[in-house]
Design a protein around this ligand. Sequence first.
Ligand code: MLT
Ligand code: MN
Ligand code: ZN
Length: 310
Amino acid sequence: MHIRILGSGAGGGFPQWNCACPNCEAVRAGNAGFRRRTQSSLAVSRNGEDWVLLNASPDLREQIAAAPALNPNRAKGMRHSPIHAAVLTNGDVDHITGLIHLREVQPFTVFATGRVQHVLATNSVFNILAKDVVPRRTLPLDAPVALTGPDGELGLTVTAFPVPGKIALYLEDASKGAGLGTEVGDTIGLEIRDPATGAAFFYIPGCARLDDPLRARLHGARLVFFDGTLFTDDEMIRLGLMQKTGDRMGHISISGPNGSIAAFEPLGVTRKVYIHINNSNPVLDENSPERKTAETAGWEIGYDGMEVRL
Ligand code: MLT
Ligand code: MN
Ligand code: ZN
């Protein structure tokens, strides 16, 4: 299995267009130890030729241009794409708007839960992906599904599972209480598996906390790409960026007694990679003590273009 991080940043990317935080200023200035990051997405392929996107970010056009394997193969036609399917983990802007880049009557399949399919179905701009060209498949929860594209099966299965999280920002409904209208299926994690080899990994770009079912699922995993949005729950408040905690945004923090470093400690995961890293996160500074803390705890800080073979 071939895996490529297309975008390792959270919504907004790094630098974010309207952000003057120290990290964004440093990366804009080209300071040593800082790397630009596009918004949250991975690509996976069993054979290195036929690819599946895991989320479709607003930076997808640039991400495709930067990845030779995702470019058209003229031997297969004057209009061609190695992208055969896209799987969405929620309805957030950073995970769905890249679909709009994939117009031009190019066939592929969109997989998402019923909740997220409803978001696409009720936003008419997505009709640019005509349903007879780009079929939409509803993912069940907790059951493996064969990933398929226009030419049939891609040799991989996806298992979608609910994780603690929050409905997309633009759908929050304060009248619905503390959950803001969040329902099961609004935020999922994915297990991608090659049934021929048994190789498998987890992709969880948004997660509010590790509950017991999630701990059990991840126990002993070979590879997990996980929500690295914030280092500390109140970091955006302290930087004067926004009045929201990570908890309020549906994102676990890296540090602290309830953070992801502590939560993964007993799970025995072989390889742990942070993705969906917000521009405020101090781990984005390769020379920071927080970066050292994460790496010492056995975490890798994902970056755009990072490739893994399983
Ligand atoms: C998130 O990950 O919390 C969202 O991408 C935030 C947003 O939509 O801006
Ligand atoms: Mn996001
Ligand atoms: Zn910033």
